[in-house]
Design a protein around this ligand. Structure first.
Ligand code: ATP
Ligand code: MG
Length: 180
């Protein structure tokens, strides 16, 4: 499964609709300080369901909506879409391309879509479960996370390895089963 493309509109510094396409192989995003590189990885984590705005370097959820500049008015909403190639059907859906969208209005209303159809955040979690690219996955590793992993205790590190190996979901199911 590959991230083919992403579209941002009104997300942080991306006031206008911005499309990024990713070819096969390694993509590096370069640019001067403050030009929006980290905002792109924030956008990826935001669509995948990051609920803690501090993790996205904001104070309140509105902070991820384009705040305006001296010459531009603020945007009323932020919207980001991720396009995944699903020709190998790694995601359990008939679609060969899966588009996940999140939209947030200044009112605080948040919307999620899978292939343009409204859904719950939970549906996104279910779709991406066990793929290694869902919320809290290792797909996006921030610099502070590297430090955390290196400084963690062996037991904490074990949890990380279990997550990467895909064992944690079985533990979750076992715990569910024992409760029933
Ligand atoms: P560095 O090389 O220093 O890591 P970077 O390219 O990663 O820089 P980012 O942190 O992605 O830069 O972008 C920071 C910029 O995004 C700042 O100029 C900040 O003003 C702008 N920004 C963040 N949130 C918003 C917002 N809601 N509206 C407008 N601009 C925003
Ligand atoms: Mg940065």
């Amino acid at each position: 499964m590959q991230l083919l493309k992403m579209e941002l509109r009104g997300f942080k510094s991306f006031a206008d609709k911005t499309t990024l396409t990713f070819d096969k192989g390694i993509t590096a995003i370069v640019g001067p300080n403050g030009s929006g590189k980290s905002n792109i990885s924030d956008a990826v984590r935001w669509v995948m369901g990051e609920q803690n705005v501090r993790q996205l370097r904001g104070q309140k959820s509105e902070d991820i909506i384009f705040a305006g500049t001296q010459t531009r008015r603020p945007q009323g909403a932020a919207e980001v879409s991720l396009y995944f190639d699903n020709s190998d059907h790694a995601l359990d859906t008939e679609f060969t391309e899966v588009v996940v969208t999140r939209r947030l209005f200044r009112s605080g209303d948040s919307e999620y879509y899978i292939n343009r159809r409204p859904c719950r955040l939970k549906d996104i979690h279910i779709l991406f479960a066990d793929t290694g690219i869902g919320q809290d996955s290792m797909a996006v590793i921030g610099q502070n996370r590297v430090d955390r992993i290196l400084n963690s205790k062996p037991e904490e590190r074990r949890v990380i390895f279990e997550e990467v190996a895909g064992i944690s979901r079985f533990k979750g199911r076992k715990a569910d089963g024992l409760r029933k």
